[in-house]
Structures are given as structure tokens and as C-alpha cells.
Design a protein around this ligand. Sequence first.
Ligand code: XMP
Length: 529
Amino acid sequence: MQNSRPQQFVAVLDFGAQYGQLIARRVRDLNVYSEIVPCDIPADELAAMGPSAIILSGGPASVYADDAPDMDEKIFSLGLPVLGFCYGQQIMAVKLGGKVGHTEKGEYGPAQLTRKGESRLLDGTPDAQTVWMSHRDAVSEVPEGFSITSVTETCPVASMEDASRNLYATQFHPEVRHSVHGNEMLSNFLFNVCGLDKTWTMEGIIDEKVAEIRAEVGSRKVILALSGGVDSSVVAALVHRAIGDQLTCVFVNHGMLRKGEPEMVEEVFRDQFNVPLVHVHAEERYAKLLSGVTDPEQKRRLIGSEFWKVFFDEAQKIGGVEMLAQGTIYPDIIESGARKTGGKASTIKSHHNLIPFPDGVHFDLIEPLDHFFKDEVRELGIALGLPAKMVWRQPFPGPGLAIRIIGDVTPEKLEILKNADAIVREELDAYNQDLFEKTGDRNSEHSCWQYFAVLPDIKSVGVMGDERTYQRPVIVRAVESSDAMTADWAKLPYEVLGRISSRIVDEVEGINRVVYDVTPKPPATIEWE
Ligand code: XMP
């Protein structure tokens, strides 16, 4: 889908692996649309995008390094307000005739800032305040026309501005929460300096996206693979809002979903939203396919390729379908860009080749969430009326429970795992909810990010009543993480672990032992296969 931007938007030039992401998030939190662009974008290309303002992100490099990320200095002559942070301040200084040098010692972490003179950027913030610093180099001489608006003990130019040209910069990071008044500075820039309106609100976004989808789809039929996950569910609700019954959702049930999940998908989409939904019962087909397969990668391959076969068969049965809606989100795009360009996060490239279209099959794609961050997708889901339990669903792998059963997958093992997993989820959903009620934050410290049961391929001896048992154990895995790249095992209270253990052995037939996985990632992974 062509990304049609709101009329007002802020372009964030990203000078290093994902420094821009947090800034874009903060701007959007203030209800202004913001998009990340490559730092080396030519000025005329940037001007053609029509931004209302520009922010230069921080970055890990030194401006004088040979391979330091560069920018087109003509951007400063576009007549647009520019705000730079950290590396962004340094490159602004160098490009406009100032100087950057090494400070005697670097500054990392909180620093005490003292304001000097008038400043439009710092307006309304205290004369002395805490900011977050992370730098070795710093501006030593400001360009002509600039004044120094704050200092710290080790940094002679903690912020600078030339209000007549609407150029502003800080050595510290206002986008980081530890900069206590950072948000006020960002507000000053967006609303007082740039005069922007708060147009990036969920209601506004839904109206805009609905109009866009209608225009793009016209009278064509659209198909969508619904998994029950957050992204595909939100796309389904949004596209259905736009084009009604021109959308058909196909839910491929491979039998390895968690207990209650197929029912939830039916209940929400068929009963509540009245979306045309094809529930493909492929359980037996998958059971045959996986019979005797023990290698994790082989399981993944088989499940993935079969999924698309089933899905495209269904598309053919519906007939006349020309478009495929997909739940691609902004981090997918940024990350696939980063992969293709050796780490520069901002070079945005398509990743559509991930869908294995069979020969001769073609669909036009619509990806209405391709510029939304995950938490915006959740907010959108709630605004569209999806239930909180679906919108806050934890990540769940495509191959499902097949990669949580070590060794071959059988209907009996699936049944045991579904029942044990339902207890782990029930107890830890309640634990997370409790933390949320206490802190008001769904991602608060110690809340579990992903949690589930694993069924290993071993048995052990136990005793139940007067009888010796020889049954399977269940492994409980619960981790704290923010992005699945690294994770730590959750430090769950003993009572919670105890309750999970006694409920599983009491309620799940075939289990006589429960163990807890206390390994971080790395060296382990979150999943067992
Ligand atoms: P690992 O086990 O590599 O998992 O630490 C990191 C995250 O990715 C999920 N995961 C998968 N998701 N297909 C998926 O869609 C897969 O094959 C797959 N394997 C792992 C895992 O649940 C965790 O959130």
C-alpha cells in the first residue's frame, strides 16, 4: 500500500541503529505523526515528502569518524524547523560552521543542567534540571547566529538554538524518560515553534485509514490470513470497518493452537464483528503431516509450507480475490531495512518476498499497519472494539504447540500440553493483571512477557495415592523481555509457582512432575525448539 501521510508530519533522520525509533514514538505520543527516514536522504527528496519539521537523532558514531553517517546540509536551508539531539546537535554544528571536540571526560547517565538566557526550546522548564547524557564528543563552538541555552559541569554547550532560523539542538537526550522535562521540550518544539496540531489520535487515524483502504480496494475482494494474533486481528477489524463483506478472513486451524483460541477467533470475528470467516479445519491434515517428525526445523518447514498451501486453496475456492491484507507493522519494515543495509536502521525496504506465492498466483497487498508501532496497533485494536485479551495477547509462534512438544507430535501429547498450558496462562495472566492494577503499566518491571508450558520427551517416577506413577513432566517457561532478542527468566513468587505446580499435577492427566526453567536468553532461547 502506498503510504499516504497525514498533512502534518515530522521526519526523523536516523543516524544510527534505531536511535530514531524512540524519538518517533515520543512525537506520536504527543499526537503528531512522525516517520523515520534515512539520514542521508537528499534535501530535495525530503522536501518532496512534505514534512512540517525535522528531527536529527542521536547516533553511536563520532562526527569526525571516516564512516560517520552524513546528511545533506541543504536540509538546513529548506526553511523548516530542525531539532537535533546528541549526534544531531553535533552534525548541525559542524555543517553550519561550528566546532565539535572531545570533552575531557565523557558524560553518561543523568547530568545536572543549568539554563542560560532565553530559550524557546527550554521555555517553561526549571533553571536547574536533570537530563540524560550519553556522549564523548560535544560542540565546543556554536555556529554563527546560535546562542548557548544551557550547560552542564562537563558540557559547555548542553543546548543551543538560533530561533531566527528555527534551528534547535541539545547534547542530551530529551526523548529518554530520565530527562525529566524532555517531553515539555519536545512539546515546545512541536507546538510553539512549529505550530503543529494534535492530529495523530486514534479516531482521526481510523477515519483516515478507512478512507485510504476504501480508495485503494475499490470494489475488489480482499482475503486475509487470520491467526488470532494481535496484528492480523487488528488488520481484520480495520479492513472490515472499511470494506465490510468484501473482506473474507481465512483461519487455518492446524490443531496446534492453544486451548480456547479457535473458539475465541470465531466468537470475536464471526459473532461479534460479523466478518465472513472461513474456519479451515486442517487438524487431521497436519497430524498426518507431522507424524513421526522430531526435528524442530523440519516441523517449522512443514507447518509453514502447508499453511500457505491450505490458504491459497481456500482463496481459490472463494474465487475472484485480487487482494491480500497483511498485518505487517512498522518494526518489521524498519528491521527488514536494517538487515538489507548492514545495520543502518532507516533504509526502508520491502519485505514482501516472505510470502511464498505459488507460481501464477498474484495478489495486490494491502498493509494498513505498516507505519504503526506495536503499542499503537494495540491502541487501534481497542479503539476498533477488539477485546483486551486479544489485543494484549502474548507472542505465539506460527508453528504453535508443535515446537513446544519435544520429539514427535501426537494427539495425546497435544491434549496434555494444551491443558497444562491453559493453567500456566490462567495463573500468569492473573499475576500480570495484578501487577498492572498496582502499577498502571502493562509492561511494568517483573511482568511476564511470554509464558507457556513445554512437554519434554521423557518420563519420571512419582507416587500418587499409594501408587507408583511413571509419567511425563511439564516444564514451565516464563520470561521477562521487551523484544525477544534477550530475555530473563521471570522471578515469580514461590506461591505462584507452587499453585501452578499443584494445579497441573491435580488437573492434568498424565503429568506427575512440574519444573521451572531458570535460564536466560542467551544462552538459552525462549522456546525449547
Ligand atoms: P526464541 O525461542 O528464538 O524466540 O528465543 C524468540 C521469539 O520468537 C518466537 N518464535 C517464533 N515465532 N515462528 C514464529 O512465528 C517460529 O518458528 C518461532 N520460533 C520462535 C518465540 O515465541 C519468541 O517470542
